[in-house]
Every structure is written in C-alpha cells, then in structure tokens.
Write a protein that binds this ligand. Structure first.
Ligand code: M6R
Length: 608
C-alpha cells in the first residue's frame, strides 16, 4: 500500500521525508521518491526499490535541499515498479504530486487529456491526476483541486506542490486516509500516524473532500468551495510499535479491518466497463474460453481460497477444477495434460511446495497462472500469467486479508471465464461484477455488525478442547478456513466437515456441550444444513450458526446466531469469513496467546 508524507518547516526536508517514509515501510512498497522546493524550483528524486536505493541515488546525484516537500512509497498497481512509474509525478509545468489510492476512471481521463495535447511518461493513474490538476490550474490551488475532484472517481489521498507557490503544500483526500501533523513551527502530512510520531503527537484527521494548506505560518483547512473549516486537534497516545499497528492491539486485527480496502484495491483495476478484464495480466477471453481442465495448487489458507474457486468456477464455467495441496501435488504424478491451466495461489510467492509444484506443472506443459501478493517474488516471476493481489503486506502469520483478496480474484476469474465461454450473458456478468465490487463496503459493515458477538462467543470456545465446523458447498469450503484459523492461533483442536458427511462417522465425536460452528449462508442448501445441525444439536452440541440476515432459523436449532448481510449467494463467503476470522482472533486473545506469531509457525514457509 502506498505511503504519503509531506513536510513544511525549518528542518532539512529531504531528511524528514525519508525518515517519515521509513516509518511507513511496514505498508510494503517497491519504489520511493521525494519532491522538494530547492531555491524555489521543485526537484524530484525517485528510485525503484527500497528507501536505501533512493538514498544511494540522492547521495550520488545530490540530495534535494529545502524546507518544503512531499514523499512517497509506491506499491505498484498501475504499471510495473520502476523509477518512471514512481511518485512524485509532474503534470505540465505547474503541478507535482504524490498519490495513494486508485483513480478508477483514469483511462477515460487520460484519453481526454491526450486529445487536449497532453503527453504522459508513466503508466500510472497518478500522472493522469497530475496532468488534470495542471490543466485545471489557473493560479488558484483550491479551485484546481476542486475542479479535478469533480471529475476523478475512486479513492485517493494527494499531496500537491504548485510550482509558483514555493511556500505552500496542499493535501486532499477521498476515502484513502491522510493526517496533518502539527508541531512548533512545522507541519506534516502522512498516510498514517507512525510517519510523524517522532516529530509530533498532534494531528488533524483530514475528512473526505477537505483540503489542507500547509505553510510556514501554520495549517488551515477548507472545503472544495474554499469555505474555511475548523478541525479538532487530536493527540496520539501511542508508542512507535502501537502506531505501526494503527492503534490495533495486533496486526491480525488491523489486517481484518483492512480487508475492505484490500478487496477494492485488488478488484477495481481489473474491471473495465462493468465486467472483469484480466488482459493486463495476460489473460485474454480467448485464452480463458479454451481451458478444459484447471488445477488449483496451494498450501494452507491459499489452498482454501482455491476451494472457494473450485465451487464457483465449476458452477459458473462448467470446467472441472481439481484443488491440490502443493506438497501432495508435486509427489503424486499428477495427470497434467498439455494446455491444462494450473493456478498457483500464494500470499508470499515464496512457499517452497507451491513453487516446486508450479515448476513441475510448467515442465509437464501446463499453462501456469500465479495469484500472488508479494511483488517480485519467485512464483510471481516464474509464472506464465500473473495476477497480483493488492492486499499490502500481511504481517500476522494468520492470513486474513490475503485470503479475502485471493477469493475476490477467484470470483473475477470465474465471472470472466463464464462470460468468455458464453455461459452467462453480458448483463449477468455485469450484475455479478457489480455485486463483487459492493462486497468491499459490505465487509466493512459486517466487521462492525459481528465483532461484539464474536468477542462473546469466543469466550465459549476458549473452554473447549475440540470443536467442529460444518457446512455444505461453499460453506464447507469456508469452514475449512475457519477451522484452520482457530487451530493455528488459539491452539484449540477443530475439524471442518461437510455437514452431510457427519453421520458417516464423525458424529460419534459429539458430546454434551461440544461447540459446533455451522456455516449456513447457501440458501439453496439451507434446509439440508439445518437437518444436519439438528442431528448434532440432538446429541448435545452447542451450536453457533453463521448465516445471512434473512435466513429463517428457529430458536430450537441454534444456541447462538451470527448474521451477516445477505448478498449474492455465491459471494457469501466474502462476508461469512469475517466472523470466522474474528472468532479465532478473540479466542486466541482470551487464551493469552501470541496472536500475531503463533507457536511453531512462520509467515513464509520457504522449506519443504
Ligand atoms: O504464502 P503462502 O500463501 O503461499 O502461504 C501458504 C500457507 O503457508 C499460509 O496460507 C498459511 O496456511 C497461513 N499462514 C494460515 O493462516
């Protein structure tokens, strides 16, 4: 996730910007840059790679010297990581800016600006905003910002310098976060508190469509019409470590809360004209419609994301999908045929078994498609086709937001493939895609709705030795992930079972008071699942049902019910995953475990 900083004050601006950017490194990035007013001219330094690479470049070419400027760490979404795609970007002769977020309509805007004679040097959506801002600039920064914001769509936070205003720094945001820090004789902008906490604990939270103006005399705020705004000064009482967790007690909880943004950032660039478009990832409709057999190969949570993919792809695209555990796949002589598609899913892109499985699949003549979060990782580099998920860095060992974006990509793939094969109409494809886009807000809503109930029910789980997760269809696929999440961080033994399979053996494990978490979001299977729930209830199980907010559940079936908003049935795992993640999280907290670093586990498993 990109990070923005800005500084106005007596200190050496470049030094402050780089040091503030270092505190945003935890967000992940692949390039960095700064722009500083030096003798009333804006000087830019930017480089692909780490901040140390930027520093080396500046040491070689001369560090920009001044007292007002902006800085940026970029997590590539539009265009490869490179110096030219790095921020800051110039637009014409007036504007230099940094940007965090996504401009959804940048392609249309770029075409219009090209028709107006504007030329572009990068592949980014950010340069389009810079050019547009420059086009709109007639000497009044607020007006230029307002005109620009009246046409751009998407989420963004911007730090802006106007070449003819060397004593001013402007900032504005919509959706993407931005704060304005203040201290004696100096002020800052930043994407997050850790960037400025070394310099000040006092800050303002910039709201949607509010403009901040920072000068050597202080900061002021106005709306897009230029009306001034009084804002409440906030004081951060965090230490550095707490600040990096954004005030959350653990990275896992922070990452659960980051899911709405992660989903939006992952899917928005892959939708054009209302339907999925994966051509940028070398996946053309022709290529998709030719596929007759798919293998999804991964480990742990990533493999569970593949299970969701299997159900959705088979249902919509009528293509058989085999989901394989990478460590099994690589040693079981899989029956890969030339032209089969092997999809490797991996957060880290470095998991040894997944990498080996991919190499084997390539050797056997398969087309490989990697769905990877970590930029430039081995799996990403070696795959034939690549879809990056844009979850930003996931620090907690227990994967949450990476899972969420992996399943969002499964849906994109399924919708596009079904459409390419003529199995769904354009109208249906648009409807499903729009429902998928809507999940970002619904995940946010779900977190707010279910978190209190999860805290309460987690208490019951902490006393259990064993429990079961049950479900049918997609609910079964999701139950696998719910069970893994609980096991790995709470150390409570659990299994996920297909609800209809219990009576073939596992139901003998049910004893009085044993918790059973039943996921029942698939309306078409609800009656069947309820029958299975009654079977365990009759044997003494304490049942928690996770279902949608319209499901008819009678009181005698469940001991507790957690409801999530009802959306398109096939997309329900994206909401139902949230309570399962939160139950595991709170069970772990209540047991006093090291939530972010569970025993015996590593974030990236680079050994067999
Ligand atoms: O980096 P990867 O996605 O390839 O990792 C695969 C698994 O090790 C991983 O998903 C693991 O199961 C999770 N940490 C569980 O939360």
């Amino acid at each position: 996730m990109c990070g923005i900083v800005g500084y106005v004050g007596a200190k050496d601006c470049s030094e402050v910007l780089v040091s503030a950017l270092r505190k945003l490194e935890y967000r992940g990035y692949d390039s960095a840059g700064i722009a500083v007013f030096e003798n009333d001219k804006i000087r830019i330094a930017k480089e692909k790679g780490r901040l140390d690479d930027l520093q080396k470049r500046m040491d070689a070419e001369g560090v920009p010297c001044g007292h007002i400027g902006v800085g940026h760490t970029r997590w590539a979404t539009h265009g490869v990581p490179s110096a030219v795609n790095s921020h800051p970007h110039r637009g014409g002769k007036n504007v230099t800016l940094v940007h965090n977020g996504i401009i959804e309509n940048y392609k249309e805007l770029k075409e219009t600006l090209k028709d107006l004679g504007r030329t572009f040097v990068s592949e980014t959506d950010t340069e389009v905003v810079a050019q547009l801002m420059d086009f709109n600039y007639m000497g009044d920064p607020v007006q230029a910002i307002a005109r620009t914001l009246s046409v751009v769509e998407g989420s963004f936070a911007l730090g802006i310098l106007f070449a003819d205003r060397p004593g001013e720094l402007y900032a504005v945001r919509r959706e993407s976060p931005l704060i304005v820090g203040v201290a004696e004789g100096e002020s800052f902008i930043a994407s997050d508190v850790p960037a400025i906490i070394k310099y000040t604990t006092q800050y303002y939270l910039l709201e949607h469509d509010e403009i901040a103006k920072l000068t050597f005399d202080g900061v002021s705020f106005c709306d897009l019409e230029g009306n001034s705004i009084e804002k409440e000064l906030k004081v951060a009482d965090w230490d550095q470590e707490a600040a990096e967790k954004g005030g959350y007690e653990h990275y896992m909880l922070k990452e659960i809360h980051e899911q709405p943004t992660a989903v939006k950032t992952t899917i928005t660039p892959r939708i054009s004209d209302g339907v999925p478009n994966l051509e940028e990832c070398s996946i053309t409709p022709e290529r998709l419609s030719d596929i007759n057999q798919i293998y999804i190969v991964a480990c742990g949570t990533a493999m569970h994301a593949g299970m969701i993919g299997k159900y959705v792809i088979e249902k919509l695209c009528k293509v058989p999908v085999i989901v394989d555990i990478a460590s099994e796949f690589r040693y079981r002589d899989p029956l890969i045929k030339e032209g089969d598609l092997v999809v490797i899913i991996s957060q880290s892109g470095e998991t040894a078994d997944s990498l080996a499985a991919m190499r084997l699949a390539k050797k056997m003549g398969a087309q490989t498609l990697a769905i990877v979060n970590a930029k430039g990782s081995s799996i990403a580099r070696e795959a034939d086709m690549l879809i990056y998920t844009h979850a930003g860095p996931e620090i907690a060992v227990a994967s949450t937001k990476a899972y969420m974006v992996q399943i969002s990509v499964m849906y994109l793939l399924a919708f596009e493939m079904a459409y390419s094969k003529g199995l769904i109409s354009e109208e249906e494809c648009r409807r499903l895609t729009s429902e998928l886009v809507g999940t970002s807000d619904k995940i946010e809503m779900t977190i707010g709705l279910v978190e209190p109930a999860c805290k309460v029910f987690a208490q019951e789980l902490t006393e259990a030795e064993n429990l079961l997760y049950i479900g049918r269809g997609l609910d079964y696929a999701l139950s696998m992930e719910g069970s893994l999440k609980l096991k790995e961080i709470s150390y409570i033994h659990s299994e996920a079972y297909a609800a209809g399979e219990l009576k073939h053996g596992t139901i003998s494990l049910i004893t009085e008071g044993m918790p059973v978490i039943a996921v029942a979001t698939q309306n078409s299977l609800l009656d069947k699942t309820i029958s299975n729930i009654k079977e365990v209830k009759a044997r003494g199980a304490k049942v928690l049902i996770v279902c949608d907010d319209e499901a008819q559940i009678s009181d005698d079936v469940a001991d507790a019910v957690i409801r999530v908003p009802k959306i398109e049935e096939c997309l329900m795992p994206m909401l139902a995953a949230v309570p399962l993640q939160l139950l595991a999280y709170y069970a772990s907290v209540l047991r006093g475990n090291d939530v972010d670093k569970p025993r015996n586990l590593a974030k990236s498993v680079t050994v067999e």
